[in-house]
Design a protein around this ligand. Structure first.
Ligand code: ADP
Length: 311
């Protein structure tokens, strides 16, 4: 079973309006509400790939109840730490071809709640074969919280895929116990290395040779329509993907993490792992719903991904 962690999930609300007007009433006819958060997208795509998954993290209040209801309706097993404070709503106003977002930061967790989650996490790990940790931390938890989770995984001998950014990612990488895989996009990689622009391919090989990545088995740098650049152990790969019709790219990084996790959990070859991760990312961009893939198209696109080893 893959344990997919989301520490700060949300109910994502989208309000489509023809014209968005400031300082007046905007009325909305069709409202869409979905359980959101990067780790929930990961869990959904893992389930769509027919791999056993358990979604966990922290949830609270009636918003938390709604998220559980949504997960149950989608047949996604879940076991969250429940807290009294409300989980968050994230609102996207879709207007005139643009998207204006209002994102709540979510509940502030107490130190005790953080400890309670780590205890729960350790328990759930017993039956897990692989772990994914995605997204940002809720307020109140220290930036080294994921580092603690990676350490627990390491003690239990469970590989962990981490997809986060900024200081939280830095803290994970600095620690002596390493995650099995990370999946930064180019912006996150630049931020991590303190670079301004996106690095080219020769640069990327050098960049991934940086001290900070030592001991991490898989570094998958996703590059949107350009596929990915990957370091696996001491080997480097350029992964290219076909040109496709993109409907909604939001959540494609999460779908990539899901594909990566499933293929690693199935002990696939390097080539197959990378082709799977790219295919799930692509399939997500071809759907309107975030964190959703049409598995029937998997084989067709998998065969179009090219993996080239770089000398
Ligand atoms: P993130 O969502 O984390 O920023 P990326 O944008 O790099 O991640 O996308 C992850 C993967 O999803 C890519 O490596 C690719 O496989 C697929 N993907 C994303 N955007 C596109 C696109 N415009 N065309 C084709 N595939 C895409």
């Amino acid at each position: 079973m893959i344990l997919a962690v989301t520490m700060n999930p949300s109910v994502d609300i989208s309000y489509p309006v023809e014209r968005f007007k400031i300082d007046v009433v905007n009325r909305v006819e069709t409202v869409r509400k979905t359980a959101g958060g990067k780790g929930l997208n990961v869990a959904r795509v893992i389930a769509q790939m027919e791999e056993e998954v358990l979604s966990t993290g922290v949830l609270g209040g009636t918003i938390g109840d709604y998220i559980v209801q949504e997960l149950n309706e989608s047949n996604i097993p879940n076991d969250f730490l429940r807290i009294k404070k409300e989980s968050r709503n994230c609102i996207a106003i879709l207007h005139e071809g643009m998207q204006t977002e209002i994102l709540e930061s979510g509940p502030t967790l107490s130190k005790e709640e953080g400890v309670a989650f780590l205890e729960k996490f350790e328990c759930l790990l017993t039956t897990a074969s692989l772990v994914t940790i995605s997204g940002s931390l809720p307020k109140g938890l220290p930036t080294h919280f994921y580092r603690n989770m990676v350490e627990i995984c390491s003690h239990k001998g469970k590989p962990v895929v981490v997809d986060t950014s900024g200081e939280t990612l830095k803290q994970v990488l600095k620690h002596e116990k390493k995650p099995f895989a990370i999946k930064p996009n180019t912006a996150e990689l630049s931020q991590l290395l303190g670079l301004d622009a996106e690095a080219g391919i020769i640069d990327l090989k050098q960049r991934l040779n940086h001290e900070i990545f030592k001991g991490i088995e898989w570094i998958v740098v996703s590059m949107g329509d350009k596929g990915a650049f990957v370091r696996h152990g001491h080997d480097y790969y350029q992964v290219t993907i076909p040109r496709i019709d993109v409907v909604n790219p939001v959540g494609s990084g999460d779908a990539t993490v899901a594909g990566l996790a499933v293929a690693l959990n199935r002990n696939k070859t390097v080539e197959s792992v990378l082709k799977t991760a790219m295919t799930t990312g692509m399939l997500n961009t071809m759907e309107a719903i975030t964190g959703f893939i049409n598995i029937n198209k998997f084989k067709q696109y998998f065969d179009l991904v090219k993996v080239e080893k770089i000398d």
